[in-house]
Design a protein around this ligand. Structure first.
Ligand SMILES: [Zn+2]
Length: 429
């Protein structure tokens, strides 16, 4: 296990620890008397959030359902209140104008070693399909921007599928087309560790020094089949090498949930200025991750430090976070150790940064809702709060047309280009 693997485990344990951590937050929104212009922009933000389709590049609801055994369908979706748990539900999504959250079909890296990744991914896809089946009046699957638009007009929330970690492709190229048939429209090439396709930004093994020979074929096949190549999570070398393959095919790529590394110099998981520019030149889109861990290095380091401390205290008593006996200790620790979180303005800063480097055509939302515990910024705590971010952008002078692009048009442009290129590449054969 590499040093960075240990960090990953730590980050994962941070996520596990955070939901119960008391977090002292800074105020997201101005407390001074609102001016009439402010009120106008707030009302406009609210209106635009519902006027335009909002696509979110990454929502980890399936993980919450599958791994935490949260019974979405029976216990929660049918009742007319917001869930007390998690960041996403129908009521809050409707309130925030969220129209098309990409459901993350996440496969833990451990499956790479144990086998069974394909079967696991299939079960998670079935689970999302089940939501749409049980609640056809609220949700629908969607395999294209056109389908999302049609669902939007009917008032339905679309559940497009993005696969986080290419491990379920296993070592069989035919699985790329298989998963396209199953509805997968992007694949994040890897996750926490190097896999058969490429190296991970969290791993220091450098197994392939970027993309493996098989990974090169996988990217080619994704271009041919029409699955968006997601460059979040991959190492820098893998990023550039995959982009080169896609560029040769004239196919744009995405980063489904990454923020800007210039705000977090020690966090390789975010993308650098040069990578943002390269993705912009490729015609792609960076979907900004909302978690404080992705927005500010100092805050991230403190949160990780505190999580480590708590873990040690619990371990000394033979306990783990989440154990019932650990609860009072955790609560006391939270009271004694409040931490600072980012606010919605900092998310807007990251969007601004991409706009300055690559242009407004190359940025979108990739919240990581339901995947980052209680590290979400003030003003962007759940799917009901997209209007706060739109308001922050309007205050900075973003036009309605800019907002529409960031909400969905940019992602749709890439998605449609990928589908079109696939038809072209298949004909060429
Ligand atoms: Zn992720």
């Amino acid at each position: 296990m590499s040093f960075l693997n240990i960090i990953i485990l730590l980050v994962i344990s941070v996520y596990a620890a955070l939901p119960t951590m008391a977090l002292q937050t800074q105020s997201a929104l101005p407390t001074s008397t609102p001016t009439s212009n402010d009120q106008r922009l707030r009302a406009l933000a609210e209106k635009l959030a519902h006027k335009y389709i909002i696509v979110d590049g990454h929502v980890d609801l399936p993980y919450r359902l599958r791994v935490k055994n949260f019974k979405f369908v029976r216990e929660f979706i049918g009742i007319p209140v917001s869930a007390k748990d998690g960041d996403f539900d129908y009521i809050r999504a409707k309130k925030g104008g969220l129209t098309a959250p990409f459901m993350s079909i996440y496969t833990p890296s451990s499956y790479q070693k144990t086998g069974g990744a394909k079967q696991f991914a299939d079960s998670v896809i079935d689970l999302v399909g089940g939501i749409a089946k049980v609640h056809p009046d609220k949700f629908a699957l969607a395999g294209s921007p056109d389908e999302i638009t049609r669902n939007f007009k009917k008032g339905l929330i679309s559940l497009p599928l993005g696969m986080e970690n290419g491990a379920p492709i296993e070592h069989d190229l035919a699985n790329v087309a298989y998963f396209h048939k199953r509805g997968i429209r992007y694949i994040t090439l890897t996750h926490a560790t190097d896999n058969l396709i490429c190296d991970s930004s969290y791993d220091t093994t450098h197994t392939w020094n970027g993309l493996s020979p098989f990974g090169r074929e996988v990217v080619q096949e994704m271009n041919r089949v029409g699955i968006m190549v997601d460059l979040s999570h991959v190492s820098d070398s893998a990023f550039y090498q995959a982009l080169r393959v896609a560029n040769a095919n004239n196919v744009p790529c995405i980063a489904s949930h990454s923020s800007c590394r210039s705000f977090t110099p020690t966090f390789q998981r975010n993308i650098s200025d040069a990578m943002i520019q390269a993705l912009g030149s490729n015609g792609g889109v960076v979907h900004i991750n909302f978690s404080t861990l992705f927005l500010d290095d100092k805050m991230r380091l403190v949160i990780q430090e505190k999580a480590k401390e708590l873990e040690k205290i619990l371990a000394a008593k033979g306990l783990k976070e989440g154990d019932s006996l650990a609860k009072p200790i955790e609560e006391q620790f939270q009271r004694d150790n409040p931490v600072l979180l980012a606010d919605v303005e900092l998310v807007a800063d990251h969007i601004d940064h991409v706009r300055k480097l690559a242009g407004v055509d190359h940025v979108g939302f990739g919240s990581d809702f339901d995947g980052v515990g209680n590290t979400l910024p003030t003003g962007l705590k759940d799917v009901s709060q997209y209007p706060n971010l739109i308001y922050a952008l309007l205050k900075r002078g973003y036009t309605e047309s800019d907002i529409e692009k960031i909400c969905s048009k940019n992602t749709f442009r890439v998605w449609n280009a990928v589908s079109k290129a696939a038809a072209r590449l298949r004909n060429k054969k």
